[in-house]
Design a protein around this ligand. Structure first.
Ligand code: F6R
Length: 589
């Protein structure tokens, strides 16, 4: 969600910035812009739509010679996606790009308007730009410090000042790194933007201001120099490529067996490495979107197999609810990016109450990884497609393995069968993915439908939630997931002849009940597609996955639904890796 790149060095600045923006496209955006700067001044070019549109516009211009610039992809919050609202913004001597939301923008705007400042856009970003300009009296660091002491909200800023030849950057609750190359320096929202040039970077912490000049970089906080550790990114350049696949989504689905193997291996070799959740009387699992649906599977397993009381909630609700922490509680945050604003807020809420927090997270330097008390890392590598696939699978696998360990600790699980399933899971998943043709056949039957339902019970319902989300977000077909038994309390009136209904049946204890519900929709004309771990020979289409223990079943069913969603979106010609209006890492609430 919004992306920032800044560059100072000897390469063609516009090329570095455009390439960086392209690498940040996956975060989601609707307009983009660059600012180039030399001694004569600042040149700004903005465009609505794709980076390719910005590139076309840039090609038509005769640009200034320069060795520095900043660039931005904008996902509209304050003010619609148009050129005026696109970044960079300029006010007086200051030019700035911003990721985040300034909550007190209207108060600051009112104050500045009284001081005679005129605003051109509807954005909170222009307000921040004007505020820094207002406080700028020849010392940029002082002006930035004064401005951020008044700004409430989240921000990552990259800033130029027309009086000098430096880039300044600062952040709070929005990610920003300093990239260190040979005789060149970068700022960026994430390492993907600069990995083609350098893998050395520094994570900027809140309130730290970095000044990039011809002499190198200086980082200060409250006027004092700060020494920071230079880190080495562990992502390969290939991770940013589609490697022959048409889309990142497909590439990432196909990577699932490998990343699953890499994630599970250390724990299967030594289960002592894994946290024992049986120590806690109550667990709260908090996350957003797909990560929340992964958490729902964790809740079912922890309650049913390990007998632990679990609350599973979406972070945007949890953060504002009255939560009673009156037992020994652990709050588990699940997040691929580790930068989801609501999940961060939920984590901070738990921490402020003195409650233990554990993150199941992919991005190692992320805010959630750094601020949580304990971490379990999934080894998904970079996930570029906006719709999560491989990270979701790993989230489910890890929370399920933790539920298994808790059940063992409580003496509720014995023997090695479940562990054997976990060991064989990557291979079985590979076999499931090899059946892409069957998914394509189903996609061909449903791609032109307007509404689709997914029904299941208990864990199968959680699987439905993810299957339905995946389908609607990438194909734009309306779909809903329902608890199979709940359908006849209203929703069944929507079932029409020929409407596709996916039935998920893997839970042996409840299979007959789900089958009865599927019969109810079938008798009303629905085209039933069953994904199950047994062959039923009863329905219009069936895909059968290997039968494994309840702890592992979701990991084998959801990839089928991911592939169907992918194929449907492909037939419909959708922008699969960057669905409209969506952002990869949702850094605003
Ligand atoms: C859906 C999807 C989102 C994310 C959600 C949480 O395909 O990707 O629903 O799961 O935005 O993101 P993270 O896991 O980064 O906190």
């Amino acid at each position: 969600m919004c992306g920032i790149v800044g560059y100072k060095g000897n390469k063609e600045v516009k090329d570095v910035l455009i390439e960086g923006l392209k690498s940040l496209e996956y975060r989601g955006y609707d307009s983009a812009g660059i600012a180039l700067k030399n001694e004569q001044g600042v040149e700004i070019i903005k465009s609505v739509g794709k980076i390719a549109d910005l590139e076309k516009k840039i090609k038509k211009e005769k640009l200034i010679d320069c060795d520095m610039g900043i660039a931005h992809t904008r996902w509209a919050t304050h003010g619609g996606p148009n050129e005026v609202n696109a970044h960079p913004h300029t006010c007086g001597k200051i030019t700035l790009v911003h990721n985040g939301i300034i909550e007190n923008a209207s108060d600051i705007k009112e104050m500045l308007t009284k001081e005679g400042v005129k605003f051109k856009s509807e954005t909170d970003t222009e307000v921040a730009c004007a505020l820094i300009n207002y406080y700028y009296k020849g010392d940029m660091v002082k002006a930035i410090n004064k401005a951020i002491s008044e700004i409430i909200g989240s921000y990552a800023f990259a800033i130029l000042c027309s009086d000098d030849d430096e880039i300044y950057a600062v952040r709070k609750d929005s990610p920003l790194i300093l990239g260190i190359g040979e005789d060149e320096l970068f700022v960026a929202s994430d390492i993907a933007a600069i990995i083609n040039y350098t893998d050395q970077y520094i994570l900027l912490d809140e309130g730290e201001i970095v000044e990039i000049s011809n002499d190198g970089y200086v980082i200060t906080k409250n006027g004092r120099n700060v020494d920071k550790k230079v880190l080495k990114a562990d992502i390969s350049k290939e991770a940013k490529d589609k490697c022959g696949y048409d889309h990142f989504m497909l590439k990432e689905i196909m990577e699932e067996p490998t990343v699953l193997q890499n994630t599970l291996k250390p724990y299967l070799e030594d289960m002592n490495k894994l946290i024992d959740l049986s120590e806690y009387e109550e667990i709260h699992i908090v996350a957003c979107g797909s990560a929340y649906y992964a958490g729902m599977i964790g809740k079912s397993l922890l309650e049913e197999k390990a007998g632990i009381r679990v609350v599973c909630d979406v972070a945007s609700e949890y953060r504002y609810k009255k939560i009673i922490y009156d037992r020994k509680t652990l709050v588990i945050l699940i997040s691929q990016s580790g930068e989801t604003a609501d999940t961060i807020a939920a984590m901070r809420k738990a921490k402020s109450e003195g409650v233990d927090t554990l993150a199941i997270v992919n991005v190692k330097g992320s805010t959630i990884a750094r601020e949580s008390d304990k971490q379990v890392f999934i080894e998904a590598g970079p996930e570029i497609a906006v719709a999560t696939t491989k990270a979701y699978i790993l989230q489910v696998a890890m929370i399920s393995l933790m539920a298994y360990k808790a059940a063992v600790s409580k003496g509720l699980e014995k023997g090695r069968e479940v562990l054997k399933d976990f060991e064989l899971l990557p291979r079985m998943l590979k076999e499931v993915l090899d059946r892409r043709e069957e998914c394509l056949k189903i996609a061909n039957k449903i791609y032109n439908k307007e509404d689709i339902f997914f029904i299941g019970r208990k864990i199968d319902y959680s699987i439905c939630m993810e299957g339905s989300l995946k389908l609607k977000e990438v194909s734009y077909i309306h779909s809903e997931a329902y608890q199979a038994g709940e359908l006849k309390h209203g929703t069944i009136s929507l079932i029409e002849k020929g409407m596709p209904v996916f039935g998920i049946i893997t839970d042996k204890d409840i299979r007959e009940k789900t089958i009865s519900n599927i019969e109810e929709v079938k008798s009303r004309g629905a085209k039933v597609i069953v994904i199950s771990n047994e062959v039923l020979y009863k329905y219009d289409y069936e895909i059968t996955v290997p039968k494994v223990s309840d702890y592992c079943q979701g990991v084998l069913v959801v990839p089928v639904l991911q592939l169907i969603a992918y194929e449907v979106a492909k037939i419909r010609g959708c922008d699969i890796d960057k669905p409209k209006n969506l952002a990869k890492s949702v850094t605003v609430e």
